[in-house]
Each structure stands twice: as structure tokens, then as C-alpha cells.
Design a protein around this ligand. Sequence first.
Ligand code: SAM
Ligand code: DTB
Ligand code: SF4
Length: 346
Amino acid sequence: MTTACGTPATYDLVALRAIYDLPLPELIFRAQQAQRAHHDPAAVQLCTLQSIKTGRCPENCAYCPQSAHHDTGLEAEQLMDSADIIASARRAQQGGAARFCMGAAWREVRDGPQFDSVLDAVRGVSALGLEVCCTLGMLNAAQATRLKTAGCTVYNHNLDTSREYYPEIISTRTYDERLETLGRVRAAGLQVCSGGILGMGESVNDRLKMLGELAALDPHPDSVPINALVPVAGTPLAERTPVDPIEFVRVIATARILMPRAMVRLSAGRTEMSDELQALCYLAGANSIFLGEKLLTTPNPERSDDMKLLARLGLHPLVGSPMERAVPGAIAGHGENVCTVAGVSA
Ligand code: SAM
Ligand code: DTB
Ligand code: SF4
């Protein structure tokens, strides 16, 4: 695979740092150029999350309140009935959500009545006309295809951090297993949603290497959630120093420049962000958020506060799917913006 500039679509650290370390006004300008080439800069995609199976997860992700390895006091819940999931999706739609994402605290999907019930929920939510996203852990090829056939459009599966830092955070699965699931998701015709978490003690270089891994996927992920760690008491990361806000903005801008067509989602951690920081994130190219007072298990800003902020900034909810709203005639090839917008040959 080559970019429009004829160079491979892989990014070494020097190239990534050349973008990330730009003077902030220059970085934001280039991120804005990338965003305007592919998106309505005033439109924000509103997504809703529903935890359909909560807690007691066998994985040991150090950040996660749902891991059975940490004592976080979280009340575990069995898989929700499909009718209840569909009712929750209907409420989300009435509240303005365009995408409904169902999350399960599973290491991997297992065939059987539980997966069949999730497929029923996917069919029901998709019949409402919502874009359906699932995040259920690792998948095999047949399971990915069944999800797609049921009406799921997007699968979320995060790389979370760099390959080097990954073992510090999770030891019950490997980085390559993560990439293999992403490959199966793509092969089944599902859109890929993959991003990570900042503030887990990783270095700036780890964050950039993670973005480099995501941007090396061909094609790029369709959406890239950037989470700020929500420190949860009882997890090994409860006391981590919060990510520096300007560093957070730089990561958003770099993601936007590297993956210009992706939806860049300002995900977990917004309750600790000021309105001004969120505004900077929108300027840096973020164009999607989760709406609703709860993420999976942790708090999210009040819906009314988010709507107020969007109104103050003159932003409006994205209507229709991202593909429908792409700016006509502005579609560039994979990686082209890295050459033409960032001015950096990667
Ligand atoms: N079990 C599935 C998996 O790991 O892919 C799906 C659910 S998992 C909770 C989805 C994502 O939530 C994780 O990959 C991680 O990026 C994010 N996440 C979990 N706990 C978080 C926290 N405390 N702060 C920020 N993001 C978190
Ligand atoms: C993602 O990257 N962030 C969302 C979504 N994908 C599934 C999840 C955030 C979870 C934050 C911790 C919690 O609420 O449990
Ligand atoms: Fe389980 Fe996902 Fe949480 Fe890891 S992030 S413990 S896999 S729910």
C-alpha cells in the first residue's frame, strides 16, 4: 500500500513527532484543513452507549472498572434482554443519538444463546434506523459476519496504547490478538472503530506510536475514539496523574491529520474537561462525542450541558451517516493529507 505521495502508509516516530510538535497554531491549522477537506466542521456526531453486560470480565485491563481482577465495588449485571436494549435505543434516538453502541464486558464472543440474543438486539436497533455499533471483545470471522448480517455497521475494538506499553496495562491478551480481531471485522465488511486511552502513565511517544498503528491500518479506521483515563478506585490506575490538557489536544489534532476521513471521537473523561478544553478539541478536529449521563459504568456530562455547549460553539448534531455528509469532491486518497496537509512525508 502506498500513499498519494508514493510512500508507504507507515509512520516512524520522527514523522509523527514532526506533526505533534508543531507550534500549536500551526498544528490546529493543519488539523482544520484536514477536517474541512472531509467533514462539515460544524457537525458533531452524537453517539449513545449502553452497557448490555456489565462487570466480572475475565480480562485484567488495568484501567477498567469491569475487570474481575479489580475490586471496584461495581455491581455486575447479566446480559440485558434484547427487548430492553431496543427500548433503550429508542430513547437514545428520541434524545438525538445517531449511533447506538452496545458494550459487553466479555473477553470474547462465544457462540450460543447469549450471542443469539445480542444478534436479536442488533436487528431490532438497526430496524429503528440507528447506526449500530457493538463492542463485545474478540471475535472470530463467522461471528463478525453474523453481526454484519444482523445489521451491525461498526465494531469498536481499541488498541488502547502502543505495542510497547500494552503489556504494562493488559497481560491476558496480546496486541496482535487485538489487530487480528480488527482484521476480521474489516473482512466481514464492518466499519472499524479503534482508538485508545491517554493518561495511563504512557509517554507521548507511546501515544504517537498508537496513532501510527491506527493510521497504518488500510484503510484507516472509520472512527477513532480518544479516551482520557477515567481513574476508578480499586483499579491499578486509580492514582495516575491526569493527562495534560494541551497534550490531549495535540493528540486529537495529530489523529485528525493522520486519519483525515475518520470520525475522531472525544470519548471518556469529558466530565473532567472544561468547556474551553472541549472547544479546543473540536477545533483540533474532534467531531463526535458520547451523549448521555453514563458511559458504560462511569459518569458522562449531562445531555443538556452538552447541548448547551454545542449551541454556544455554533455546532450542530450530524444528521445522516458520516459517508452521506462527506464534502463532495474533497475526498483524498489514503494518507494523502499526511503529505499535502501536514507537509510531512511519512
Ligand atoms: N470488553 C470489550 C473490549 O475490551 O473491547 C468492550 C468494552 S471495553 C469497556 C471498551 C473500551 O472502553 C476499552 O477498550 C477502553 O478503551 C475503554 N475504557 C474502559 N475503561 C476505561 C476507563 N476507566 N477510562 C477510559 N476508557 C476506558
Ligand atoms: C471507547 O473507546 N470508549 C467507550 C466506547 N469505546 C465503548 C467506552 C468508555 C468506557 C469508560 C469507562 C466506563 O464507563 O466503564
Ligand atoms: Fe473486559 Fe473490555 Fe474492561 Fe478489558 S476493557 S476488562 S476486556 S470490559
